[in-house]
Design a protein around this ligand. Structure first.
Ligand code: ADP
Ligand code: SF4
Length: 673
């Protein structure tokens, strides 16, 4: 280990328990929840194996009145939850880490779509999460009952084996709704002054400590700033006062910024490593208890600086532990160059928002620990010394070459361009996306360590070259191209856009003149990011999209609000709910997505960001020419970077193996008599 990093491996006492080091995996969603406990347990176990000293669960509901369906959450409602929760605690303990559980009540944030129990809140509030319903104001009997649910859930969590039990007042959830004057307008002992609004939180801490504090640490997760300005909780105002009021009560402070979840897990496009420091750093000056916070930390030197400068006692991480569960082990073993750094793309957040299992652009094994038995650091060796030729060194080809190399095959990776990286080489040049190049950099670094993988840049391959090469297996990873016919997610009618540019042309350096119109019928990052780039370069830009918001799909990566605000701040004109139907002299013709009513906007350069087509001509022409031929990544299915990496990895794992159906967690079933 680099001596400078030794401080990261010091044990830290948290109340009655001791963390073996300072690496703290803060709670994060997995998309598995109570329905898939084995998948969740295996995922957490791998984090502990990778050296995280504390590993926490995702949000774990304490009562049916806190039901976040259709999103995946854990439940701790009665004794039948103990065994599945214990599976996770056991998986974490197997590697010597402490197990934390984030007990949760969402209040007005939980819409209870599954349980159909009326929602609860400090005051009557519209449901906070996109549902046309209302949470009712809690009376004193409700508050008494609520305190009992937290206490009982803590006792069950202790029985399940957890070492750190959370009181959770972050992310707009119930105890936080009591804290904030924006959501608490009560006139009784739980409303009014900040002391009164913090009363429930104090009682929860006292109750939880009394119930389990003899052997378990009690952590308080608090949003010290809800980023709503002086009317809300702020780190200079009432957030600070809450920390002063409760300073020594919890055994650990887990602090962050909140409001929407997107503020806490901000993507790299809108935040730097350590982005919460300004708001959370005051906490340590007010308490003697250990403090943890997050900030997409992937650099060991930044981590050391967090500790030495007294910002926090742990290195809190959710996304960096997803991208690399073995991050602590790699630092400990002096292999920091091998850390698979999170790129901050928030595809992991999208998985939860879509209601599917966790996935990651950098780590294709994330979420597959139980379902497919994949391990981030281990892969079965291939039984024979066979030769593979991989054509194309984008995310899919790089990942396939690396994983095949780790299996011991003799791999040649041929890339047409001078530089490796494919799409990420281009996409990382867009504003805010420079971290995306880490997808290439990590793979290039790891490939360079494998003597059995040879890389050939500036090697455009033809079908004849490939046939002559004589490899046992050929993998085509030649990527995709943007369509020119206007067909996208919402428009299926071909259009004559022969004078328009696509993102491929823009990256290739096409000239952009006069007023620019970008037609986005792709809805992920590309249309908005190109609009931002061109507006920054001084062009007058109109972004036209048939959706009602700009870059609609970025709502899943918790970025949409930030994207739209930035475009508006840069003076980009948004033409929402509109299609571009034609480009004529100096204008683009628009049609309303609802009524078809036609208008036009000035346009000298039209850029269409619609669908993509696989670049599979090489693959098609090789059919029947080579014995073992496969295509991976965008060449098979144009999609996200995460899907391309996964596709390359999956191919490498399964080469020479049967493709067994992934395991499923089915609920116990008894046939009707
Ligand atoms: P993916 O996301 O599936 O990895 P990319 O578009 O990022 O796809 O990468 C495809 C890569 O394949 C690009 O770097 C491209 O230059 C390369 N490529 C395309 N055709 C050939 C070819 N005939 N020979 C070698 N490399 C190629
Ligand atoms: Fe990081 Fe993206 Fe992976 Fe999430 S999906 S952990 S943001 S690389």
């Amino acid at each position: 280990m680099d001596k400078a990093h030794a401080i990261l491996f010091e044990p830290v006492k948290i109340g009655p328990v001791t963390a073996p080091n300072r690496f703290y995996q803060t709670p994060h969603a997995t998309g598995f929840g109570w329905q898939r406990p084995q998948s969740g347990a295996a995922l957490r176990g791998v984090k502990a194996e990778g050296g995280w000293g504390v590993v926490c669960t995702e949000y774990c509901s304490i009562h049916p009145s806190s039901d976040d369906s259709p999103y995946a959450f854990l439940t701790n409602w009665d004794d039948s939850d103990i065994a599945p929760l214990a599976a996770t605690a056991d998986a974490i303990h197997a590697h010597g880490a402490l197990a934390g559980i984030e007990l949760w009540h969402g209040g007005a944030h939980a819409s209870n779509r599954m349980t159909r129990v009326p929602g609860l809140a400090p005051s009557t509030l519209p449901a906070m999460f996109h549902m046309p319903t209302t949470a009712r104001a809690m009376d004193l009997a409700d508050i008494r009952a609520f305190r009992g649910w937290q206490r009982d859930a803590a006792i069950r969590a202790k029985k399940a084996g957890f070492d750190i039990i959370y009181v959770y007042a972050g992310h707009d959830y119930l105890p936080f709704q009591f804290l904030s004057a924006r959501t608490n307008t009560r006139g009784d002992a739980y409303g009014g002054s900040i002391e009164n609004r913090a009363r429930l939180l104090r009682e929860m801490l006292e109750d939880t400590k009394e119930a389990v504090g003899d052997t378990c640490a009690v952590a308080l997760r608090l949003a010290v700033d809800e980023l709503h300005g002086p009317r809300g909780i702020t780190s200079e105002g009432e957030g600070r006062e809450v920390v002063e009021l409760l300073a020594e009560l919890p055994d650990l402070w887990d602090v962050n910024v909140a409001g929407a979840l997107g503020n806490d897990s901000k993507s790299a496009r809108f935040s730097q490593e350590g982005f919460q420091e300004a708001q959370v750093r005051f906490v340590k000056s007010l308490t003697s208890k250990p403090v943890v916070s997050v900030g997409r930390f992937t650099s060991p030197d930044t981590m050391v600086s967090q500790i030495k400068r007294g910002v926090q006692d742990f290195i809190g991480a959710a996304r960096p532990s997803i991208a690399d569960p073995f991050l602590p082990a790699k630092i400990r073993e002096g292999r920091a160059d091998e850390i698979r750094e999170c790129i901050g793309c928030n595809i992991c957040r999208a998985a939860n928002n879509e209601g599917v299992g966790l996935r990651c652009s950098q780590n294709p094994t994330m979420g597959e620990e139980w379902r497919r038995g994949w391990h981030p650091e281990r892969i079965a060796s291939y039984p024979r010394r066979e030769k593979v030729l991989v054509v194309g060194a984008g995310p899919a080809g790089l990942e396939a070459a690396l994983a095949l190399g780790r299996r011991g095959l003799e791999v040649s990776l041929a890339e047409k361009s001078r530089h490796l990286g494919g799409r990420v080489l281009r996409e990382a040049t867009l504003p805010g996306l420079s971290t995306w190049i880490r997808v290439r950099d990590w793979r290039a670094t790891m490939i360079a360590k494998l003597p059995n993988v040879s890389v050939f840049p500036e090697s455009p391959m033809t079908a004849a070259d490939i046939a002559d090469f004589g490899a046992d297996h050929v993998v085509i990873a030649t990527g995709s191209r943007w369509r020119r016919d206007g067909i996208g997610v919402l428009n299926l009618e071909p259009r004559d856009f022969s004078t328009a540019l696509t993102p491929d042309d823009v990256f290739a350096g096409a000239q952009i003149t006069g007023p620019v119109v970008i037609y986005d019928d792709d809805h992920y990052f590309m249309g908005g990011a190109l609009a931002e780039k061109l507006a920054r370069e001084g062009h007058a830009v109109t972004l036209v999209t048939p959706h009602a918001t700009a870059s609609y799909w970025t709502a899943y990566t918790d970025e949409q609000g930030f994207v739209q605000a930035r475009l508006l701040e840069l003076g980009v004109t948004l033409a929402l709910s509109q299609h571009v139907t034609a480009q004529t002299d100096g204008a683009a013709r628009l049609a309303c997505a609802y009524t078809g009513r036609e208008t036009s906007v000035a346009c000298e350069t039209l850029i269409t960001v619609t669908g993509r087509l696989p670049e599979d001509r090489l693959y098609q022409s090789l059919h029947g020419q080579v014995a073992s031929l496969a295509r991976v990544g965008d060449c098979l299915q144009p999609s996200s970077i995460a899907d391309a990496v996964y596709s390359g990895h999956r191919f490498a794992r399964l080469l020479g193996e049967d493709d067994p159906a992934p395991r499923r967690e089915l609920p116990p079933f008894k046939a009707m008599p």
